[in-house]
Design a binder for this molecule. Structure first.
Ligand code: AMP
Ligand code: ZN
Length: 730
């Protein structure tokens, strides 16, 4: 009797039962009798009173989708039907809404809905049927447990009467359990009809009395509770101003006028939908009321600014109103996902067992606890240089600058670890940056020296060679036809400056480390995008500090603001916690729409040139430039992998030394497999992003290198080799 306790035995003590299956005419009534409820508490006594039933019993929905919403009663050959006739001539009772008050709220309650679960119609079901008719309730009859549940999920009846007399057709306990397993049943009173031995009661009046008692008892309580619950939930989730008005829209103080709460029953199945529209719209069966409600809600909405996500949620809610239950439930799940904040972070479930991926993701994308640590700062002195002073060997090297295979490591060596200044002069000049900024070459040189000196040459990876490498990739991407035709010169200048400064003063430790160590920077930036915020802020501080390196000195205020905004946005975009957000937005707003209008060049140009999409292109550009090392020629790729691994190892060493949490345990110099770490990095961060960027900018050379490098790491891993290169042949 698993569900017995949830079956209602009426307070009046009336338990319905019958002696025979002889159907009473709906027009006949018999006298009211009362039974003794106590002895039946939660038990069903089975009889064999049923006759044969139709072999196929199906429930037919009250509303076929395209049909009117009038209730009707129709018997369709052996199938179940089932509607209370509420508006036809022989019904004496007018179905009308009643008004309930809960404190200051006036709630309009729709007619009660009753579901009769009777395998066979007989005098008992007829009695309930006509009792509903008399009380002005809407009534459905279902003949099978399945149709009962289906019907219940559609209508959310307030009262369910289950025929418990004929176990041959279904177990009443099972029906009860099925209904109780559904969410809306918490608001429903379930009544059992038990077999004979007690009182004959197939009288309409008896049934009527019972239903009315239930209505005034539990059903109203439930209704008020649901109303309160809905109002409080709506208020809690409401991010907009709530205007409390009278019916005439006169603003009240301390008075909430809830004009229509019909929707509460429908809202149960979308309990998470908190926007005002879904709260106050009912669905297709009350169009006039819906319009009335909508207009008052629209008034509230017109006063507020809607976030795009709110608009999306509203559209989905509106679609739910006219959707079948299965679709509405699927949309509920969609809404649940949309409401989470981490929309763009993939869940790592499938890769949980890969420690390299976990560590990289944990180390690059999350923030841990906090303790205090003072950061060491290594500033380097600038070495004076002019473009004319560039030694011929370096000048010759720089001639290859436009080629992707340009060897930045040779430049690093030739310039004594000052590649950024030399490459910067060359690239900035080729993009006409001095002309755009109206600054002298001496000013640009001085600025480049200042920025380069603020990189830490002691870092194995995050030094000025990495900045020069990113600047090189940025210039390479900016010269690609698609990119060039999407951006204007201000965008180009912003991208080149952003690339140059994007890791300035990098301490060679990750954001997670700085947060765990309670560094001054982590405290200053509240553990949020600590390094990237610092790079952007410091770049501007350094630039404007000294007139002779202030490359922005001669541009007008508006242009400076636009340029500054673009630079900050790009530097912040290099933060890995938002990696998936940037890539997804790029794909969804640019690649997909462009692919859908493949042959329409003008349409494609319009997509690329919109300000919002240019922003996404610039973010993607600097992100790809920042981590392009797996797409470089193999020798460069190997060197970069060695450098980043060494920087991570040094961090792990320091974490252990200082007793800090080890953010990326796989990057332990004694145990790490570099090939595995590179495979994970490429799989998780690089492949999808470069596929998308290649689809946009067309980069076959890079993709070729990427695939070759990936194979190289795979091959080493298969050989169980953990180092950068295979062991020399013995
Ligand atoms: P940034 O600090 O601006 O250079 O951001 C790029 C992130 O990607 C950094 O956290 C790097 O540590 C990481 N990264 C770049 N290249 C690699 C690589 N080959 N293997 C693992 N991590 C890398
Ligand atoms: Zn970087």
């Amino acid at each position: 009797m698993g569900c017995a306790p949830s079956i209602h035995v009426s307070q009046s003590g009336v338990i319905y039962c019958r002696d025979s299956d002889e159907s009473n005419s709906p027009h006949q009534t018999t006298t009211i009798s009362q039974g003794t409820a106590a002895t039946l508490h939660g038990l069903f006594i089975k009889t064999d009173a049923a006759e044969t039933i139709p072999s196929v019993i199906t429930y037919q929905s009250r509303h076929s989708r395209n049909n009117s919403c009038r209730d009707r009663k129709e018997n369709s050959g052996g199938h179940v039907r089932i509607e209370a006739e509420t508006q036809t001539s022989h019904t004496s009772v007018k179905v009308s809404s009643t008004e309930e008050c809960v404190g200051p709220m006036r709630l309009t309650q729709e007619p009660i809905q009753v579901l009769l679960v009777f395998a066979k119609e007989d005098s008992q079901s007829d009695a309930f049927w006509w009792a509903c008719d008399r009380a002005g309730f809407r009534c459905n009859i279902a003949r099978t447990p399945e149709s009962a549940v289906e019907c219940f999920l559609d209508k959310h009846h307030e009262i369910i009467v289950i025929d418990g007399r004929h176990s041959r057709y279904f177990e009443p306990e099972a029906v009860c359990r099925m209904i109780r397993a559904t969410k809306p049943s918490e608001n429903t009173v379930i009544l059992a009809v038990l077999p004979q031995k007690f009182v004959e009661n197939s009288s309409v009046s008896a049934c009527y009395n019972e239903l009315i008692q239930i209505e005034h008892g539990e059903v109203r309580c439930q209704f008020k509770l649901r109303a309160c619950n809905s109002v409080f939930t709506a208020l809690e989730h409401c991010q907009e101003a709530v205007e409390i008005t009278s019916e005439d829209h006169i603003i009240q103080v301390g008075h909430i006028h809830v004009q229509q709460c019909h929707s509460l029953r429908h809202r149960d199945r979308r309990k998470d939908s908190m926007d005002a529209r879904s709260l106050s719209s009912r669905g297709s069966d009350a169009p006039s009321l819906q319009n009335r409600r909508y207009s008052s809600v629209a008034r509230i909405h017109s006063m507020t600014i809607e976030a795009p996500i709110t608009k999306v949620i509203n559209i989905i809610n509106a679609a739910q109103e006219s959707s079948p239950v299965t679709v509405a439930e699927a949309l509920d799940r969609v809404l649940e996902i949309l409401r989470t904040t981490e929309l763009y972070s993939p869940q790592l479930a499938s890769k949980e067992d890969d420690p390299h991926t976990n560590d990289l993701v944990g180390g690059l994308m999350s923030v841990r606890g906090s303790q205090y640590l003072k950061m060491l700062h290594h500033s380097q002195l600038a070495i004076p240089v002019t473009l004319n002073d560039v030694p011929p060997s370096i000048a010759e090297m720089l001639n290859d600058e436009e080629c992707w295979e340009f060897n930045i490591l040779e430049l690093e060596a030739a310039t004594h670890k000052r590649p950024l200044t030399y490459l910067g002069l060359k690239i900035f000049t080729s993009f006409g940056v001095c002309d755009f900024l109206n600054c002298s070459e001496a000013m640009l040189r001085s600025w480049l020296q200042l920025i380069e000196a603020s990189y830490h040459s002691s870092n194995s990876y995050h030094n000025s060679t990495h900045a020069a490498d990113v600047l090189h990739a940025t210039a390479y991407f900016l010269r690609k036809e698609r990119v060039k035709s999407s951006l204007d010169q201000l965008d180009e200048v912003a991208a080149l400056i952003a690339a140059t400064v994007h890791d300035v003063d990098h301490p060679g430790r990750t954001n997670s480390f700085l947060c765990n160590a309670g560094s001054e920077l982590a405290i200053l930036y509240n553990d949020t995008a600590v390094l990237e915020s610092h790079h952007a802020a410091l770049a501007f501080q350094l630039t404007v500090r000294d007139g002779k390196s202030n490359i922005f000195k001669n541009i007008d205020r508006n242009q400076f603001r636009t340029l500054r905004q673009a630079i900050i946005d790009m530097v912040l975009a290099t933060e890995m916690t938002r990696h998936f957000e940037h890539v997804s937005k790029f794909v969804n707003s640019i690649n997909k729409p462009m692919a859908s209008i493949n042959s329409d060049c003008e349409g494609q140009a319009n997509i690329r040139n919109s300000p919002e999409n240019r922003l996404l292109i610039k973010r993607m550009l600097i992100k790809c430039a920042d981590v392009a090392n797996p797409c470089r020629p193999l020798e460069l790729c190997i060197e970069w992998a060695g450098r980043i691994s060494e920087e991570y190892f040094a961090q792990t060493d320091e974490e252990k030394r200082q007793g800090l949490p080890v953010v990326m345990p796989v990057f332990d110099r004694n145990t790490c497999s570099v090939p595995k770490s590179q495979i994970s990095f490429i799989d998780y961060f690089i492949t999808d992003m470069f596929d998308a960027w290649d689809a946009f900018a067309s980069l076959p050379g890079l993709m070729e290198h990427l695939s070759e490098n990936y194979k190289y790491w795979k091959n080493l891993d298969e050989m169980k080799c953990k180092s950068l290169r295979p062991p020399p042949p013995s």
